[in-house]
Ligand binder design. Structure first.
Ligand code: BTN
Length: 261
């Protein structure tokens, strides 16, 4: 796994240290343990399967062998408040990596799900640790459904994989290395301004929600037209009476995606 990955790796610093084991509880949990030990920026933790994979909002991430599971330990010198935007950059790099190794054209469901054919292909779980002097480290965990053909009943209508979409099995080490190559470059661009100002147009071109009706689920549910992100990574939505709302967080549902009707 590691040797094969290194053959495809063209990064300067990301992935210089790789922690690999065939099975882990969760690569995010392992990255957090090594993060406390002052491990260098850009360490990547990889496994073939997870026994306690974690998703967002306390959900599980079912992690059988055949897919990609990895976490990056980053120590960016930046404001704590801007760190959540890193997830958007990760989503962009994932789209580029999948496009490069297959003929698929995934898109991004704001803020950071990578989707294809209305179903989720990749999930990203970002966890920040804040210390006395600000941001200590950020752990970005990525799960990509690669060679999984069957999904559990509960997620069957919402999840897909590369093999289901293109009929060909893919090589996880190559996909991870290709992702790291793209992510290192995009992250460096992002860190110059600590926002999405330079990457915004490219991100918006990949957005599945763009010009689509979205359902905003926060204080009170409403429907609007998603216009794209602004430089802070917030979603701009035109709602009733031509008001442009800025959505910072909270769920935004897209018609037709994940079974929403
Ligand atoms: C989501 O809910 O969409 C996020 C899923 C993130 C899953 C990945 S798999 C590798 C890393 N380790 C974990 O336990 N979770 C993330």
């Amino acid at each position: 796994m590691v040797e094969e990955m290194k053959q495809h790796l063209r990064t300067k610093w990301l992935g210089n240290t790789i922690v690999y084991e065939t099975c882990m509880d969760s690569t995010n949990a392992v990255a957090k343990r090594v993060g406390r030990e002052n491990v260098t920026n850009g360490t990547v933790v990889i496994t073939k399967k997870q026994t306690a994979g974690r998703g967002r909002r306390g959900r599980n991430w079912i992690s059988p062998e055949g897919n990609c599971y990895f976490s990056m330990l980053l120590r960016p010198n930046m404001q704590v408040s801007n760190a959540s935007q890193i997830t958007l950059v990760v989503a962009m790099a994932l789209v580029k990596a999948v496009e490069q190794i297959s003929d698929l054209k995934p898109q991004i469901k704001w803020p950071n799900d990578v989707v294809i054919d209305g179903k989720k292909l990749c999930g990203i779980l970002t966890e920040s640790s804040i210390g006395e002097y600000g941001l200590d480290y950020v752990i970005v965990g990525v799960g990509v459904n690669v060679n999984q053909r069957d999904f559990d009943e509960e997620i069957k209508n919402m999840a897909t994989s590369i093999v289901v979409q293109c009929g060909r099995e893919m090589d996880c080490p190559q996909l991870i290395a290709t992702f790291l190559n793209h992510f290192e470059m995009l992250l460096e661009t992002f860190l110059e301004t600590e926002d999405m100002s330079v990457l915004k147009t490219e991100y918006n071109n990949l957005l599945v929600n763009r010009e689509k009706e979205v359902r905003i689920l926060d204080r009170e549910e409403r429907i609007g037209m998603a216009l794209g992100i602004n430089e802070k990574g917030e979603l701009l939505v035109r709602t009733d009476g031509d008001i442009i709302e800025t959505i910072v967080s909270g769920e935004v549902s897209v018609r037709g995606l994940y079974g929403y009707v």
